[in-house]
Design a protein around this ligand. Structure first.
Ligand code: ZN
Length: 288
């Protein structure tokens, strides 16, 4: 509902940029209604600003869980990638201050995939809207199934079962899958799950579940505790192409998702602000 008086009050509190976003939102909402009437599948929900009528959010911090692995040269990396090198550059006693030099891929350790990682016109990391980096966190737990099938993927059924128990996925949330895989990070072979043929094995998201999220829900980011949002055996990475292609971000190699409630936490994605970067190591924190 947008009575003129309500609209005027909202308008008075908006900056020009907010107003443009608001108008864009109204346009998208109009399109959604038109599409529903024509019984077309709804379009991909592109990440926009939080709705102007969203309830005020405060940020409790009674609990803070660090969802980040410590990055070191021992952390498992994607096969064929160059190793992580950390070198002491200055020593406190010798040089008056202590500093290292890092040689790290943008996709090592707990890290962010920016849309540009898999989309020619996708945003690079410094261009991601900060309002999409501090968002409600929903956690789907598939640990039981992973124990039987390491190549299992999050399905639409998993998401619908989660919503039955916890309510609709919060608008603008990040969706994490807790597979328990983070415990294997101390052993590169186990973390990659490589078999004799070199095929990797670990869980991820199914393309159908991601299509569902893109069209039916408002989720800004995906978080996995494995090396990839696609399952290990994937050769063509459909989930990367769909998700990053829609302008959304992903986090890979998260830790301790089992210590976070299924709903109710806020996740802070400490993405590096490096020009033209496709992603980068992050500090990932959950607060509630
Ligand atoms: Zn990555």
């Amino acid at each position: 509902m947008c009575a003129p008086s309500v609209l005027a009050a909202v308008w008075a509190g908006l900056t020009r940029r907010d107003a443009m976003h608001y108008l864009a939102g109204m346009y998208v909402a109009g399109r959604l209604v038109a599409n529903a009437e024509a019984s077309q599948p709804p379009p991909v929900r592109s990440p926009g600003p939080p709705p102007t009528d969203a309830p005020r959010r405060s940020l409790p911090a009674d609990h803070i869980v660090d969802l980040t692995h410590t990055l070191s040269p021992r952390f498992p990396i994607w096969p064929g990638n160059e190793p992580i090198v950390l070198k002491v550059k200055s020593q406190l006693q010798r040089d008056g201050f202590y500093a290292n030099r890092w040689d790290i891929s943008e996709h090592h350790g707990t890290h962010l995939d920016a849309p540009a990682h898999a989309a020619a016109d996708g945003a690079t990391v410094e261009k991601i809207d900060p309002r999409h980096l501090v968002v409600p966190l929903a956690v789907v737990d598939i640990r039981e199934r992973v124990a039987r099938d390491p190549d299992t993927a999050v399905t639409i059924d998993d998401l619908q079962r989660w919503e039955k128990r916890h309510g609709p996925l919060p608008a603008g949330c990040a969706l994490a899958v807790c597979s328990g895989w983070d415990a294997k990070a101390i052993d590169a072979k186990a973390f990659l799950g490589s078999d004799a043929s070199g095929t990797l094995h670990f869980p991820g998201f199914s393309p159908r579940a991601v299509e569902f999220l893109l069209h039916e829900r408002q989720v800004v980011g995906l978080i996995v505790d494995t090396l990839s949002i696609d399952i290990g055996p994937s050769r063509d990475f459909p989930v990367h192409k769909l998700w990053l292609g829609a302008g959304k971000w992903a986090v890979e190699c998260a830790a301790r998702l089992d210590q976070v409630p299924p709903v109710g936490a806020t996740v802070f994605v400490g993405a590096p602000k490096v020009a033209t970067a496709s992603g980068g190591p992050i500090r990932l924190l959950a607060l509630w």
